[in-house]
Write a protein that binds this ligand. Sequence first.
Ligand code: HEC
Ligand code: HEC
Ligand code: HEC
Ligand code: HEC
Ligand code: HEC
Length: 217
Amino acid sequence: MDALDDEKKNTSKGFGILFFIIGVIMSLIIGWIIFPKLLYSKKNQPIDFNHKLHMASVDNGCASCHFLRKDGSFSGSPKLSECIGCHSQVQGQDPEELKFVEQYVSKNREVPWLIYSKQPACVFFSHAAHIKGAKMDCVTCHGYIGESTSLKVYEQNRISGYSRDIWGKDISGILKKNSWDSMKMDDCAVCHESKSNKSAREKSVQTQKEGCFVCHK
Ligand code: HEC
Ligand code: HEC
Ligand code: HEC
Ligand code: HEC
Ligand code: HEC
């Protein structure tokens, strides 16, 4: 009699643990796989672009297309004027080039590029301060886009409207391995703070950071 009761208790305990494990697995699947899939909408760039191929034919490296203007502002994504020298006419067989020349160059329409690193409107960022002032490499913040052979899919967070590259693949930040895996407020602040006991010029950034208006408009 007692033995039978014990057996029943054990079976229900066993089911309890089983259901608990299934529950945990389900929420992991929803949290790690399904929710992130629903959270982002995906868009392809209007045309693809091969950085590696172009780096072999331009004269001035990255600055042929992304450069600081005389007034210190950054040119950002290239305009048609950086392309027409070579693409006023179709020169190869690539369907992406054909699309580029027919739909944009010959109609004199700028390509509406999607910006992976686009910050919300309240953020102030200066390329000059980082690439000229602090002599930083593009890779530190952007990774190896400049060596890629095609542009990746652009993913937009449906709730915040931010590009996925701002908070990164892993919003919690636990899995962050490289400096370019995300570009959120913490990432900017960690580096700005670590510069605090370096040069006096760099220190001034740290002191100003007491206010929020170093990075906010
Ligand atoms: C012949 C022109 C050209 C050259 C040279 C070039 N790029 Fe680009 N780059 C582009 C185009 C076109 C895009 C797509 C538009 C965009 O995403 O801003 C792009 C996008 C990028 C982006 C993505 C910006 C964003 O957040 O969306 C980065 C970063 C970048 N390039 C870095 C580099 C680096 C580093 C080099 C040098 C190794 C380089 N590029 C050389 C044309 C060029
Ligand atoms: C120095 C000359 C030069 C400049 C400047 C240049 N291109 Fe190209 N581009 C080429 C060459 C060469 C090819 C290869 C053509 C072939 O043989 O298919 C090419 C191919 C392409 C292709 C097809 C391959 C690919 O990248 O997916 C696209 C699209 C393209 N260019 C877009 C652009 C855009 C946009 C710009 C301006 C931001 C630009 N190019 C600036 C020389 C140039
Ligand atoms: C890896 C280090 C690093 C990262 C990451 C970084 N910064 Fe900076 N930032 C610096 C340094 C160093 C300077 C000072 C440059 C100088 O004094 O010329 C600076 C300067 C600035 C300035 C100019 C301040 C002034 O006095 O004019 C702004 C604005 C700024 N950063 C915003 C940002 C934002 C926004 C981000 C994140 C998207 C960011 N930074 C990420 C290192 C970094
Ligand atoms: C300290 C980090 C940092 C460094 C270093 C850096 N960038 Fe950026 N880049 C950013 C941020 C942040 C943005 C988004 C700015 C915004 O939305 O206001 C950006 C935007 C861009 C864009 C898109 C601009 C647009 O809106 O059209 C291009 C292209 C780009 N960067 C290329 C480069 C290249 C090339 C280099 C090296 C010469 C470089 N960046 C170095 C952080 C950086
Ligand atoms: C070193 C640069 C930097 C400093 C200093 C900084 N921020 Fe930010 N902040 C950012 C960046 C980059 C973002 C956008 C990315 C993100 O959401 O993490 C942001 C986003 C925000 C947002 C969300 C805005 C939105 O539209 O979603 C708030 C609110 C904010 N910051 C408040 C502050 C306050 C308050 C301070 C001062 C205590 C401050 N920030 C200082 C870089 C900075």
